[in-house]
Design a protein around this ligand. Structure first.
Ligand SMILES: Nc1ncnc2c1ncn2[C@@H]1O[C@H](COP(=O)(O)OP(=O)(O)O)[C@@H](O)[C@H]1O
Ligand SMILES: [Mg+2]
Length: 255
């Protein structure tokens, strides 16, 4: 199950008059069902603003977002969201935090014990279900937050720099797990990152956003085979995409 997302002539301006901040747009983009799309752009170009508008948590100034052809007018429920700072509550265990997502939806988590356990195992957290967030490393906390975002099998996942605060090795290993999960369930993913390599490794499409006011300037199809492992990453096609994107950002004056 996955959703299509259409961003249509979208603009966001915060405030008005001389104080107004033109944060994003105008831009349009079609994201097909089951795609993995990265938004890549410099700090302040409106990536988080765009994610909040897609999620229905922020109103656009003009234009609209449609999910499965329906205009978004309020918070979406069939999505999983994950940010740089996770939303785990400190007083619940890992299991309890993942279960919370189901409880909030009026479901009985004990009916879904198997799903929670297999999700935790898929990100190597089996054996940590009874631990509290403070007992986990940063990487393990983000893995738990992935499970929290995915346990209700949402059609759409919105990830805003979820790996931003992690060290390079942990990032690399979580990327692999994330790719495996995406390949097995095929939700539609919108993924914000600063890392060109990360975007090329994970995405079917990479959208390049200009410096503020951010506009989606280029959409690059990455048609490399999945799963993209170390062999793919050292191949000429992969390196070519990374160089191409670096050159475009250099042209924006960002690199
Ligand atoms: N609630 C807000 N009120 C006013 N300005 C905002 C608000 N949220 C974001 N901005 C401004 O909009 C621009 C884009 O911000 P953001 O979407 O957070 O960028 P990114 O996620 O790409 O770093 C920035 O200049 C930021 O200061
Ligand atoms: Mg941001």
């Amino acid at each position: 199950m996955s959703a299509s997302i259409d961003i249509d002539g979208l603009t966001k301006v915060f405030g008005s008059g001389p104080e107004a901040v033109h944060a994003f747009g105008p831009s349009s983009l079609h994201i097909g069902k089951g795609e993995f799309v990265s938004l890549l752009g410099p700090s302040g170009c409106g990536k988080s603003t765009l994610m909040l508008i897609i999620a229905g948590l922020l109103e656009p100034t003009s234009g609209e977002v449609r999910v499965d052809e329906k205009t978004v007018t309020g918070p979406l429920t069939d999505i999983g969201i994950m940010f740089q700072d996770n939303t785990l509550v400190p007083w619940r265990t890992v299991w309890g935090n993942v279960a919370l997502q189901l409880e909030l939806r009026g479901e009985n988590p004990s009916r879904h014990r198997q799903r929670i356990e297999s999700l935790l195992a898929s990100v190597k957290l089996d054996g940590f279900a009874d631990r509290h967030p403070y007992e986990l490393s940063g990487g393990m906390q983000q893995r738990a937050a992935f499970c929290q975002a995915m346990v209700h099998d949402p059609d759409t996942l919105l990830f805003d720099e979820p790996l931003g605060k992690l060290d390079a090795m942990t990032r690399e290993s979580i990327r692999t797990d994330l790719q495996t999960l995406w390949l097995s369930k095929r939700p539609t993913v919108v993924f914000v990152t600063h890392s060109i390599e990360e975007a090329v490794q994970l995405s079917s499409k990479v959208c390049l956003i200009t410096p503020r006011p951010g506009r989606i300037d280029r959409v690059i199809d990455i048609d490399l085979p999945y799963p993209r492992d170390l062999d793919v990453k050292s191949g000429a096609d992969f390196v070519g995409h990374v160089r191409e994107i670096q050159a475009i950002f250099h042209g924006y004056g960002v690199l």
